[in-house]
Ligand binder design. Structure first.
Ligand code: AQP
Length: 337
């Protein structure tokens, strides 16, 4: 924990489509444990979502869905702050200042931008390029000290650390911002696609069979696992035997995460068995966990006005926390008024 800053956890998720098992195991599930111990802010990052084209009606619907997913998974709106980013202008204001702190060379090294832009770099929005700067603002507008994320976001949190340190140094204000730490825990910090064990499970994958959505029903979960890609060997004897077997590694890691056990103990349980045995046991585990979440999401989404009310309440709380930080930033930077 930071020595001079009170512990505060910030994390978020983009309303860019169906939330999936990777989002749940890599992020949301860890949030639940953290809210027992710390002040937590869990944001629906709708401003990040528009870095790529969005249908406005779908964006609004997806924003409510993500909020419902948080709550249905166990994030408690009475204890943690839940809101959508665009309601709190401090994020955009601080992002501009951080755009003037971060260096182009730093952003050029971001692998997510390279992956998302591919050969189309020139046609991407400027927002997609500066996405990690906005993420630094999300975190530091609250002087958050800890950021629970999946493995894929580690580089972005490191950039937020660099921005915090450079701001503190450039303006001669040591410890003004905490240097936030990523929290990347559990056996499934990078859940892979069910169709390709070398690609990340992702909302934007064209194949719905690549992921298990939080809203999938029991039959779809069973079907998707049954069709999940595997290799032709029996299940391994040791963790080392998983090398070069990404699909086996992925299914065993997901099992370990849901079963709250180590990968080795899953291997001990299934050593030498066929994939079908593991897949069937894994279906049972996932269905037992996710189907009640999907049911609760549906119940919450049947009353969108109540979700909007909760998001507004969260935004009011977030605004009140960010206001003194932004006032300090304005003073440090030399803005008048
Ligand atoms: N496959 C994954 N395994 C573990 N964690 C994951 N996360 C995402 N995918 C996995 C974690 O979920 C949180 C929210 O992610 P996001 O909504 O900001 O977007 P993302 O990381 O870009 O997720 P997607 O699904 O890949 O979205 P698209 O396809 O829109 O780019 C983060 O903590 C992330 O680490």
């Amino acid at each position: 924990m930071s020595e001079t800053h009170q512990s505060l956890v910030f994390s978020g998720m983009q309303p860019t489509g169906n939330l999936h098992l990777g989002n749940y195991l890599g992020a949301i599930r860890n949030w639940l444990k953290l809210q027992e111990l710390h002040r937590c802010i869990y944001c629906v990052v709708d401003m990040h979502a528009i870095t790529v084209e969005q249908d406005p009606k779908l964006l609004a619907q997806a924003t409510r869905e993500v909020a419902a997913a948080y709550i249905a998974s166990g994030v408690d709106p009475a204890r943690s702050i839940i809101f959508n980013q665009s309601q709190v202008s401090a994020h955009a204001e601080l992002a501009w200042i951080f755009n003037c702190v971060a260096r182009i060379g730093w952003l050029n090294r971001m692998t997510q931008f390279k992956e998302k832009s591919g050969k189309n770099r020139e046609a991407m929005s400027v927002g997609l390029f500066t996405y990690p700067v906005l993420m630094a603002a999300d975190i530091l507008a609250y002087r958050a000290t800890h950021v629970p994320v999946g493995e894929d976001q580690k580089q972005h949190v490191e950039l937020a650390r660099d921005i915090a340190q450079k701001f503190n140094n450039d303006f001669g204000v040591p410890n003004f911002f905490p240097v936030p730490e990523p929290i990347i825990t559990g056996p499934a910090t990078r859940v892979m696609s069910l169709r390709d064990g070398t690609a990340k499970m992702s909302k934007s994958d064209a194949s719905d069979y690549s992921r298990i959505n939080l809203t999938d029903d029991a039959d779809s979960i069973v079907q998707k696992l049954r069709k999940a890609k595997t290799d032709t060997l029996p299940l391994p004897e040791t963790e080392k035997d998983l090398e070069g077997r990404p699909e086996a590694d992925n299914l065993i890691s997901i099992f370990a995460a849901f079963g709250e056990q180590s990968k080795q103990s899953v291997i001990d349980q299934f050593r030498g068995a066929q994939f079908s045995t593991l897949k069937s046991a894994l279906s049972d585990l996932i269905v037992a966990k996710l189907v009640p979440i999907a049911d609760e999401m549906r119940r919450l989404l049947s009353d969108p006005a109540e979700i909007d009310r909760l998001l507004k309440k969260g935004a009011d709380e977030a605004r009140a926390l960010a206001a003194p930080v932004l006032a300090d930033v304005r003073r440090v930077v030399g803005f008048v008024g």
